[in-house]
Design a protein around this ligand. Structure first.
Ligand code: 13P
Length: 288
């Protein structure tokens, strides 16, 4: 099945009161693992690629080739979107050209008027090509490829202005943070989320920083209009745990345990467990 836009899958999720997971990819092992889990669980899925991860994998053409090749070779039939995560203005154009089916333009660090102007332009470009566009209002806290936000809460009126441009999905800061949450984190601001949802109606909302948000808060956010949840760090931690345990047990020194296919397998297995857990929590299992 060819890559699809994230617009329809997120609209369907919002109407059905569940969320589609965006899992960030870093290499072939991750991409293959996420696709296999999505197929096994009959769940739609969004593969997220940050600009840093795109560069790491060799470039956006290499990413598109790898993802399309795996979808074909693994016989993946569930809906898959390939999505640029926190894209710059230039990055969005590069990914569109390379064959991504979805892009996020993160203009949250620009003055609002500039975010508005650039998002408007990208709405026209992506809608003509049948691709989905995610916009962001109110920076998400933590660090993502060197972009540092403060975990602010977005202004619901600004969210409405951006939503009305015709973006497909909207990320809005509601006190969420990328990476691990600090001990003294106040939790998600449901008051802000509720106000945003009331202003933006049917617009599927995106919850970034999915790692470490307690399950009850994730469920409540989905009830209040979140239709896409992004997870990255939790997969990284799971993968690292699996590989670390393998090496600490000395298994890389036994026989041909050093073979990368063997060395990375426990990391993949741990990561798959995390992806399954998240798909079950988000309610996307069986929704393909
Ligand atoms: P985490 O790394 O906190 O899971 O956040 C992922 C994310 O929001 C990607 O945009």
């Amino acid at each position: 099945m060819a890559l699809v836009s994230a617009k329809e899958m997120c609209a369907k999720a919002k109407a059905g009161h569940y969320a589609v997971g965006q899992f960030n990819i870093n290499n072939l092992e991750w991409t293959k693992a996420i696709l296999e889990v999505a197929q096994e669980k009959q769940s739609p899925v969004i593969l997220g690629v940050s600009e840093g991860a795109g560069k790491y994998m060799g470039g956006y053409d290499a990413v598109v080739g790898m993802v399309n090749g795996l979808i074909k070779d693994l016989g993946i039939t569930v809906p898959v979107a390939l999505h640029l995560d926190h894209g710059s203005y230039e990055g969005c154009y590069k990914c569109i050209k390379a064959g991504f089916s979805s892009v996020m333009f993160d203009g949250s660090h620009f003055p609002f008027e500039e975010n508005l102007a650039k998002t408007t332009e990208l709405v026209h470009v992506t809608s003509q090509l049948g691709l989905s566009l995610e916009a962001e209002v109110g920076a998400i806290g933590g660090e993502e490829d060197g972009v540092v936000g403060q975990g602010e809460c977005a202004d619901p009126a600004e969210c409405k202005t951006i939503a009305d441009l015709g973006v497909s999905i909207l990320a809005a800061g509601i006190g969420n943070i990328h990476g691990k949450y600090p001990e003294n984190w106040a939790g998600l601001s449901f008051e802000t989320l509720d106000a945003i949802q009331q202003q933006t109606g049917d617009m599927p909302l995106v919850l970034h920083g999915g790692t470490g948000i307690p399950a009850d808060q994730v469920k409540k956010a989905i009830e209040l209009g979140v239709a896409k949840v992004n997870v990255n760090t939790e997969c990284q931690l799971a993968f690292a745990k699996g590989v670390r345990e393998y090496i600490e047990a000395g298994k890389d020194l036994e026989g041909k345990g050093f073979d990368p296919r063997k060395l990375l397998a426990p990391g993949v297995a741990e990561m798959k467990k995390t992806v399954i857990e998240k798909m079950e929590l988000f309610g996307s299992v069986g929704q393909a």
